[in-house]
Design a protein. Structure first.
Length: 125
């Protein structure tokens, strides 16, 4: 999982260095990540209809270490549940404020081990 985040971060640096913006980055097949950063860049260039000129520049990955991603990925994992709860709370408040004559509840659909997005906002008029 960290390799995916690492490749995406290095890709962002590569794109900025070469003035490329608004590139659509889709989830890649696991095989692409296993083949290395050059394969990752080549797959993205092909998906976006761009030339493979950046593949030659993919050696940029040697300037960075995957270990530098550990703190960010850990922080993201620790904050995910809190962020998700705040989003649900915000949506609940919005619906509650805009539905004056109804009843709004937050209902847990399933256990948090299945998915952090386990909440549903139910509104009844």
């Amino acid at each position: 999982m960290i390799r995916k985040h690492f490749y995406r971060a290095v890709l962002e640096i590569l794109l900025r260095r070469h003035g490329i913006g608004n590139l659509r980055v889709r989830k890649q097949n696991n095989r692409v990540y296993e083949e290395g950063f050059k394969a990752y860049v080549a797959a993205l260039m092909e998906q976006n209809g761009l030339s493979n000129d950046l593949v030659d520049k993919a050696d940029i990955i040697g300037e960075y270490k995957v270990e530098s991603m550990y703190p960010a990925v850990c922080l993201r994992a620790m904050c995910a549940a809190v962020a998700e709860s705040l989003l649900v709370l915000d949506r609940w408040r919005f619906v509650k404020e805009n539905l004056s004559d109804g009843h709004v509840i937050v209902h847990r659909l399933f256990d948090s081990e299945i998915s952090p997005r386990r909440w549903a906002i139910v509104a009844v008029r």
